[in-house]
Design a protein around this ligand. Sequence first.
Ligand code: ADP
Ligand code: ZN
Ligand code: ZN
Length: 740
Amino acid sequence: MQGLYGDVIIEISHEKLDRPFQYKIPESLRGELYLGARVEIPFGKADRIIKGYLINITDKAEFPPEKMKEIIGLSSGIGEAGAEDQLIRLAIWMKRHYGGTLIQSLRVVFPVKKVIRPKEKKTVELLITPAEAESIAEECDRKHRTAQARLLSALASCGEMDLTLLREKLNVSAAVIHRFEEQKLVRLSVERDYRNPGTAENTRKKVCKLTSTQQAIVDDFVKNYRMGLRDPSLLFGVTGSGKTEVYMEMISEVLKSGKQAIVLIPEIALTFQTVMRFCARFGSRVSYLHSKLSAGERYDQFCRAKDGEIDIMIGPRSALFTPFPDLGIIIIDEEHEGSYKAENMPKYHAREVALERARLANAALVFGSATPSVDSFYHAKRGEYRLYEIRDRISDTGLPSVYVADLREELIKGNRSMFSDVLSSKIRERLNNKEQIMLFLNRRGFAGFVSCRKCGEVMKCPHCDVSLSLHGRNRLVCHYCGYETPMIHKCPNCGSKYVGGMRAGTEQVEEMVHGLFPEARVLRMDADTTKEKGGYEKILSAFSNEEADILVGTQMIVKGHDFPKVTLVGILAADLSLYANDYRAGERTFQLLTQASGRAGRADRPGEVVIQTYSPEHYSVAAAARQDYNDFYAEEIGYRNLMGYPPVSHMLKVLVEDKDPDRSKDMASDMANVVKSFGIGMVIGPAQDSIWKIKDIYRNVFYIRHADMEVLADDKDILENWRRENPTGSTQVQFDFDPM
Ligand code: ADP
Ligand code: ZN
Ligand code: ZN
């Protein structure tokens, strides 16, 4: 890289990143230096020679050059800093692929350093043997004292646990703990140097004998790992098929060689039980991250990883940056989950960053899912990932029976409620049998699409094959290419006048349930009811304690929780996510329907699922009803191929924001023209973004499509350079690769 001056940071920590020191780049080094290079510099009054990282190269001096010291040279000990070096390279890779500044990327990679005020830590410790605890737990369970049972069986597997964790994640009240204390079953100890969710002093290491399928997968992994082969693998196994056991075996192999492991689990699925399983198996060398940790606590966890005090880090996407000195494996469970994609700049995807981190560390990488992302499955099909499959659940309750209710026919029958006849009669049956019901409204996909309630026809963009969105009362707009047409009031397919947007929310569902089934006790879980701290856990545990018959909710209710008494799952409007205005709508719908169906009948009772839809013939709905991933994939990849959507091709979304709607629009079209004249790839748009205005900022977008991600990264560089040369005050530009 060329340039006269270089910004150097001398210590990598979040709060130092903003204070780089500028140095002159001597002639001899020009063109030799690169971002992230470790350089030697004179520092301080005495010009002590120290090492630092070069984070920017520029021709603009920040203070008079005659006062500036010179970079001495490249540090000879490349790689000596281990994890830190790798993480800097990772940040540079992120800057290149997701845009923004290197500082922005470094900030994501390195956590904030803070001195931690030692907090009073309270630990609950088991005073009886694990076996005794288990047997009392069983007794409590029989007497429906579920909180007591939960507490004892958790302690049985871990010995001792943090009080806050017990109260929040396990939802055990202080009174319960107090009662056990009086009975001398547990002891509450204050201010021990507690740092782990559970320590393993008197832990039983439960290792179950793997099934032959599980064992074959582990054997193959071990064989490849020992041979030094590091191509990523995809573990495709239905929920409850024993994937977590497989991960733990893989980790145990990697730990044997003195290396460390990162396990990513989406925050919402990161249950107490999961963490405990790892603790029970690997003891106190496990730590975990979650969003409720303060910056200081997070930093502390990272330090412990760096210092070799722990070997396994479990957490959401940010755990990917754990500075382990010798990382051996990264596991991404539920790899299809949307939460692995960052929402702020740099908008990275944990799957992609994990590929790069694993490459830098020469670590193994394992993706796992019951409904793999089309992306990962595509790579597996092409032989780029090893594909491991587990087809059966460990327990022998089969998969649930699925019924599809055609809402068009309900309309013809004159049923205008939100419940088809088959769903209402099944709800009634369950209420009589004292079994539980989950009603699921996939409302997040709700984006104002317009359809015919009589024949199910959805108004789509003739150019992009995604749904048009209703703007105001009268305009239908495509958010990819900008195509517009006035609102259609008569169905172009059947002529019916029942054309309109779908509007329904969890609150309305709850009201209707009260109206139709007044005797039922209902809980609702959505963004509103889970706002307060611990709200999510509270509702889940109330439902699992059978304090309600029906749980109504959004996405949140379908993730990873076992409710053995749930024998019926109703999906109220499959179409809400089916016709979201982006190319992943079919994939997301298939995943949601499959995962929601998986909630029914998990213990000894068979489950049933009712999927209500206006589009029973749509392949996402039909394949989900048959629980056939391969059929779904075949259709979906055909569509992606035809339309040139990822993973067959890649898309770069360029979002232009400005207070002035015209400036936002003009800048988007100028930038689109820059790509058309200097860049490579196909430009789609510009158009208004699906959310055109947020807090009085107007948003226009365009997309660039190309089969090669690196070409898109080049386009992004071209646009960033062009922006530097044509600065416009307040306009903001964000890049998003393969947007979701
Ligand atoms: P997944 O991660 O695919 O959802 P889990 O690993 O959680 O599956 O396994 C589901 C259940 O089956 C767990 O309770 C687990 O302890 C149990 N299990 C997994 N493998 C075995 C095995 N080989 N033998 C007995 N039980 C198993
Ligand atoms: Zn129609
Ligand atoms: Zn279009």
